[in-house]
Design a protein around this ligand. Structure first.
Ligand code: CMC
Length: 423
């Protein structure tokens, strides 16, 4: 006998027993018991939108696992490409599978010349690279008409490889355009992250070899950002995917959600906030103003984590390795002071607000030379693996189209008033 909840409908006096499956109540059972009564849960505070086997997250305990593997072990021992394979296929690859996968991704890094020349170069000179990326991702759907064959496993696999492989190329192209610099073609002799750094920074040298420690640090950041279960962007991917749109259009929707400052855009806001604070002496006043309701402490708080975000811990360690090469980011001291003050302040303690993934990542990106506008783009590159893993899972589960209900609170029926009679 499964665990259950008994509810009584006080309108009729009838009681119903509703079984609990995997910690949730099936809406089918609920609907049978009380048809026409919907959950009012506008921001999904108490709604599990899917059964998912991709990522496990325990926000109270600060645990994050991809397909059962702790994030700490993956960050220490794995690579982004291996993690992407794991997320999408459910298992770590064998040596042969890893080689085939890396080879495929490496040889799909080029983008159609028209995407760059006609599409990207049509943007205004000061376009935000994240806005460009979102649009370019959607535009890709017009280049791969086979992407509509979402139920054909071969086509699906092809789009997955293309999307993961082309993200760094698109991202770097957006950056180069916004700097007025010529586009750098992918160098398929380089690894995933080193190739991205080459497309970002190469100037006149025949080959750009990134500092291996910096390439590794970025790869770790890519691992940490690869998935985070049912977040706002992933929900967008699943929603659009549930309408059976092609994966480029669905991923563009996910990236658009990520762009928001409450989501992936927070890493950009953290640097702006730290720069505005300017000195550790100003930290107490800044904290006071946040508590008085003047803005938020960017990079703090999370809908699910009510403990230290485990990704923030790992990033804090990785920051030391990066700063050893690049020199310390001068904003680090302000960030450390902010964290110290906030973690001892009743306002933040009582609301369980801790640093999240975005609190320290921006400091690393900035020390590595990335402009602030590129930070959310850097988040989007690896998140593609997670979006696609959820998209595949959704299609395999054959879920119905996402279509929530509403509680109508508008006007009752009323008669149309001709324009001339309105006051
Ligand atoms: N600074 C100050 N107060 C905060 C903050 C913050 N960063 N975050 C939440 N609070 C307060 C909030 O004012 C509210 O207080 P009260 O109960 O007195 O009204 C309480 O904490 C609960 O906040 P909430 O807005 O109901 O929480 P939420 O789960 O809806 O929001 C969040 C989560 C991440 C949007 C929010 O914490 C936030 O805006 N943080 C800053 C932006 C940020 O760092 N975002 C990155 C999230 S991690 C990366 C990602 O997933 O993309």
């Amino acid at each position: 006998m499964p665990e259950s909840i008994t509810i009584t409908d006080n309108r009729s006096g009838e009681s119903f027993e509703i079984p609990i499956y995997n910690g949730g109540i099936s809406s089918t059972e609920w609907r049978k018991a009380v048809p026409g009564v919907f959950f009012h849960d506008p921001s999904f505070m108490a709604t599990a939108v899917a059964e998912s086997a991709v990522t496990y997250l325990d926000g109270e305990a600060g645990i994050l696992r991809y397909r059962g593997y702790p994030i700490e072990q993956l960050a220490e021992k794995s690579t982004y490409l291996e993690v992407a394979y794991l997320l999408i296929h459910g298992e770590l690859p064998t040596q042969q599978q890893y080689e085939d996968w890396s080879h495929e991704i490496t040889y799909h890094t080029f983008i159609h010349e028209n995407v760059r020349k006609r599409f990207l170069e049509g943007f205004h000179y000061d376009a935000h690279p994240m806005g460009m990326l979102v649009s370019a991702m959607a535009a890709l759907s017009t280049f791969y008409l086979d992407a509509k064959e979402i139920h054909d496993p071969e086509s699906r696999q092809k789009q997955i490889v293309r999307l993961i492989a082309k993200m760094p190329t698109l991202a770097a192209a957006c950056h180069r355009f916004s700097m007025g610099m010529p586009f750098v073609y992918p160098d398929n002799s380089l690894g995933f992250t080193a190739n991205f750094l080459s497309m970002m920074w190469k100037i006149a040298e025949p080959r750009y070899d990134a500092n291996p420690a910096l390439a590794r640090a970025l790869d770790i950041l890519f691992i940490l950002h690869a998935d985070h279960e049912q977040n706002c962007g992933t929900l967008a991917m699943r929603t659009v995917g549930s309408a059976h749109a092609d994966p480029y259009s669905a991923a563009a929707a996910a990236a658009a959600a990520l762009y928001g400052p409450r989501h992936g855009g927070a890493n950009e806001q953290v640097i702006r906030m730290l720069t505005e604070i300017g000195s550790i002496d100003n930290v107490p006043d800044f904290i006071k103003s946040v508590k008085e309701g003047h803005g938020r402490l960017q990079g703090f708080g999370h809908r699910v984590y009510k403990n230290y975000d485990p990704r923030a811990q790992i990033i804090k360690q990785a920051a030391d390795d990066v700063f050893a090469i690049t020199g310390k980011n001068p904003l680090l001291d302000i960030a450390l002071k902010l964290e110290e003050v906030a973690l001892h302040d009743e306002y933040f303690v009582s609301r369980k607000l801790y640093p999240n993934v975005d609190f320290y990542s921006g400091l690393i990106y900035q020390a590595m030379g990335f402009p602030i506008e590129m930070f959310t783009v850097l988040f989007a590159i690896p998140r593609m693996a997670g979006w696609l893993a959820h998209w595949v899972e959704l299609l395999d589960q054959d879920q119905k189209i996402y279509r929530p209900r509403q509680l109508y609170v508008g006007a009752d029926e009323r008669a149309y008033v001709p324009l001339g009679d309105r006051r």
